[in-house]
Design a protein around this ligand. Structure first.
Ligand SMILES: Cc1cc2nc3c(=O)[nH]c(=O)nc-3n(C[C@H](O)[C@H](O)[C@H](O)COP(=O)(O)OP(=O)(O)OC[C@H]3O[C@@H](n4cnc5c(N)ncnc54)[C@H](O)[C@@H]3O)c2cc1C
Length: 238
């Protein structure tokens, strides 16, 4: 996803593309309507650079540049058939027929991507280092989610970590015994391994504007509640 997005809503709209997650977009719909009622100058498709922001001569700047997907420095992780959960949510056709999803986020994020892939007729194995994938998903979401995933044919491999990607072979290992296993014939590896703050703009603006705030995932990747709370606090200080 380009940083100069043609819509407001960031990761929330991406997450809402997964099955059973459409309501998540309500957050953006509501806030978008509120912004529309107020005199807010929204410029879409524009990358905010430090020089562009400074040229406006602002009294205060709130940076909300979010976070980008994390790709671990593992052998083969730069392969053409290695994509992120965000890539799949944006366009499920980026994935081939046999898919391994690496869940290192432990929330609904990786699992709802797996569900989208299953709905598109893919064979999906989800590996997780934890006792079960999606361990941090809320208890009210995980039961229906697991029900749907098992019904749709998911294969779960818990206490398993990614070691390397060697072409169509994914090398994984048991986190306790270290025993390696080779998953052969994989068309696509989907990394749902969290994100890192997109904080370059904030760093560039530091010391160059009178009042500067960073809010949401660009401070540290967390969740939508924290992003809204950060933003509310910053706005109240202006
Ligand atoms: C698949 C998925 C599922 C998720 N599920 C949940 C969940 O169930 N619950 C939960 O709480 N959280 C969830 N999250 C995380 C949550 O969506 C994020 O924490 C939240 O969206 C962060 O909001 P933000 O506004 O800080 O950043 P973002 O949503 O990342 O928005 C930042 C925006 O800034 C734009 N941008 C960046 N740099 C520039 C620039 N220089 N110029 C112009 N625009 C720029 C980006 O394009 C983007 O539109 C999920 C995330 C993903 C990816």
């Amino acid at each position: 996803m380009s940083v100069a997005a043609s819509f407001v809503g960031g990761q929330v709209l991406l997450a809402a593309r997964a099955p059973a997650r459409a309501e998540y977009a309500g957050i953006v719909r509501f806030l978008g309507i509120q912004v529309g009622k107020l005199d807010v100058d929204v410029r879409l498709g524009v990358e905010a650079t430090a020089s562009l922001v400074l040229a406006e001569g602002p009294d205060s700047v709130i940076v909300a540049t979010g976070a980008h997907a994390y790709i671990p420095p593992l052998p083969g992780a730069d392969g053409k058939h290695v994509v992120t959960d965000r890539d799949v949510l944006l366009d499920v056709t980026t994935a081939g027929q046999r898919v391994v999803v690496v869940d290192d986020v432990h929330t609904q994020q990786g699992l709802s991507t797996a569900e989208l892939l299953l709905d598109s007729g893919k064979r999906v194995e989800v590996i997780s280092r934890l006792f079960y994938a999606g361990q941090d998903a809320g208890v009210t979401s995980i039961v229906p989610l697991y029900t749907r995933l098992f019904t749709k044919g998911v294969i779960f491999s818990p206490h398993t970590e990614l070691r390397a990607i060697e072409g169509s072979t994914v090398v994984v290992a048991n986190v306790y015994s270290g025993a390696a296993r080779r998953i052969e014939g994989v068309d696509t590896v989907v990394l749902a391994m969290g994100s890192r703050s997109t904080d370059g703009l904030y760093r560039e603006l530091k010391g160059r504007v009178a009042e500067l705030y960073a809010v949401g995932d660009c401070v540290a990747p967390r969740g939508v509640h924290q992003a809204i709370l950060d933003a509310t606090r910053a706005a109240r200080q202006l």
